[in-house]
Design a protein around this ligand. Structure first.
Ligand SMILES: *[C@@H]1O[C@H](CO)[C@@H](O)[C@H](O)[C@H]1NC(C)=O
Ligand SMILES: *[C@@H]1O[C@H](CO)[C@@H](O)[C@H](O)[C@H]1NC(C)=O
Ligand SMILES: *[C@@H]1O[C@H](CO)[C@@H](O)[C@H](O)[C@H]1NC(C)=O
Ligand SMILES: *[C@@H]1O[C@H](CO)[C@@H](O)[C@H](O)[C@H]1NC(C)=O
Length: 431
């Protein structure tokens, strides 16, 4: 039981983000300015900030000029630099005291799933004379490390260590990776099991809008073919053409948002459908490595990454993202505003009730249900989105059922309170 307690408490505390900001740490050092710029452009900075216990091996502007010389695309730079982020804490003392003289460390590159064999690992070796060398664990064994320890730049003990090294650590073939500039979005979507979505964006011309954005930054949340066949999926043919275009644009952002960036996102985000009239925004909630998108009306988990090639990232999602602007127009005096409805709505302790804080009275009305004893832990977090009134727009307007609470957004504070109170109540049950 004690272990479970600890686990639950750790889980609830894990949502409190760590304090370091690599961009800020490096900004007083002009000699690392290019490295810092690359971290921001590739969004590796978000990935670094979202992790605790990490070591960043930095290169000075001269050492990193190899990318400019080779005209490496950002996707390649991202791969190489992700090999310079070790998922362990190594300060100068620890580096120089490596037992047995050598250690193999996992890097951020390993977490992308693209690294074959030992490509995602770096070997750290204490060399003759006490120098510390770094090389790709995939280099021919016995080869002399090209890169050596220079100095400590900054450390926040056992959280983040920033250490300068002399040369880039290059895994075999890593600089020759193909450039992602000529991505065929339809082909990628089709192979990823998103044929229906691929067909829709092609028919409506939204694909062209995506392609235009792709050179500057594009994120696509593509619903799988299964998502279109799911129960309660509204009949998209009931939408006017402009509405369908908005719905499809709602599934994309006009900027590069890899998973690390989504995880550090706070507050609602604009989509490509966002315009003066409708907000068409999305909320992002993170639990461990799982990221869930909320529309205020429905929610969907990010299922997989089809491609992450800076500045384009394409994900698959389990369900269609149905915007409030098209599906969530609850009639005036909507049931969610009536406190008497609260008891029936309280079971949905799902991640979906995450609507905008500026939703009017429903937020207050929802409060009693949020603070009432939460549902048993066995309650499936996915129950509510499926049970949501996602029939047709017309059906949505009619909805007077308790599940309309899905359209009510609890501010972040409530979510935090909720997470902690669920953990506490569960641990009380267990003791
Ligand atoms: C980190 O610092 C930079 C520069 O000061 C700032 O622009 C950025 O918003 C910060 N990031 C976070 C997550 O606070
Ligand atoms: C890296 O370390 C591993 C484990 O110690 C070893 O098997 C491998 O040969 C090393 N690679 C290089 C290039 O030294
Ligand atoms: C060291 O650099 C040379 C040339 O730049 C390269 O061929 C070799 O593979 C590198 N060695 C290691 C261990 O990375
Ligand atoms: C992209 O892929 C689709 C489907 O595989 C194909 O029909 C189309 O011709 C390709 N487009 C380009 C520009 O290669």
């Amino acid at each position: 039981m004690g272990v479970l307690h600890l686990l639950l408490l750790t889980l609830s505390l894990a949502t409190i983000s760590t304090a370091h900001n690599i961009t800020e740490i490096l900004s007083p050092f002009p000699e690392y300015s290019q490295y810092n710029t690359y971290l921001s452009q590739t969004k590796l900075s978000d990935e670094i900030n979202s992790r605790d216990t990490i070591t960043v091996l930095v290169l000075n502007n001269a050492a990193i000029s190899i990318f400019a010389t080779k005209q490496s695309p950002l996707s390649v730079i991202k791969t190489v630099l992700s090999l310079h982020v070790l998922l362990d804490y190594f300060d100068a003392a620890k580096l120089h005291q490596i037992s047995a003289g050598t250690a193999m460390s996992t890097t951020l590159y390993q977490t992308t799933g693209d690294a074959q064999g030992h490509l995602g690992f770096v070997n750290i070796t204490v060399l003759k004379g006490g120098k510390v060398g770094f090389c790709s664990a995939a280099a021919p064994s016995g080869s002399a490390p090209n890169s050596t320890y220079v100095k400590e730049v900054k450390k926040i003990p056992y959280h983040i260590s920033v250490v300068e090294i002399s040369e880039p650590i290059l895994a075999p073939g890593i600089l020759d990776a193909p450039s992602g500039s000529a991505l065929n979005i339809s082909a990628l979507l089709e192979t990823a099991g998103c044929k229906s979505f691929a067909a829709l964006i092609e028919e409506t011309g939204v694909l062209k809008i995506y392609q235009t954005a792709a050179s500057k930054g594009l994120t696509v949340f593509a619903p799988s073919d299964g998502a279109f066949k799911a129960q309660h999926v509204p009949d998209l043919s009931l939408l006017k053409n402009a509405e369908l275009v908005s719905l499809l644009q709602y599934h994309a952002l006009a900027r590069y948002a890899p998973k690390g960036t989504l995880k550090t996102t706070k507050g609602p985000i604009d989509t490509m459908a966002t315009n003066g009239v409708g907000k068409y925004d999305l909320t992002v909630t993170t639990a461990g490595d799982e990221v869930t998108l909320g529309t205020g009306y429905t929610s969907s988990r990010i299922a997989s990454i089809v491609i992450d090639s800076t500045p384009v990232v394409i994900y698959t999602v389990d369900s269609l993202l149905l915007p409030m602007e098209l599906y969530g127009r609850a009639p005036a005096g909507s049931p969610a505003t009536s406190p008497s409805q609260s008891p029936s709505t309280s079971p949905s302790q799902s991640p979906s009730p995450v609507v905008s804080a500026n939703a009017p009275s429903p937020v207050i009305a929802a409060a009693p249900s949020v603070l009432s004893p939460p549902a048993p832990p066995s309650e499936s977090p996915n129950g509510s989105p499926d049970g949501a009134p996602v029939g047709s727009p017309a059906q949505a307007e009619d909805s007077k059922s308790g599940s309309a609470v899905v359209g009510v957004k609890a501010p972040a504070l409530f979510k935090a309170v909720l997470t902690v109170s669920v953990a506490v109540i569960v641990s009380v049950f267990l003791s």
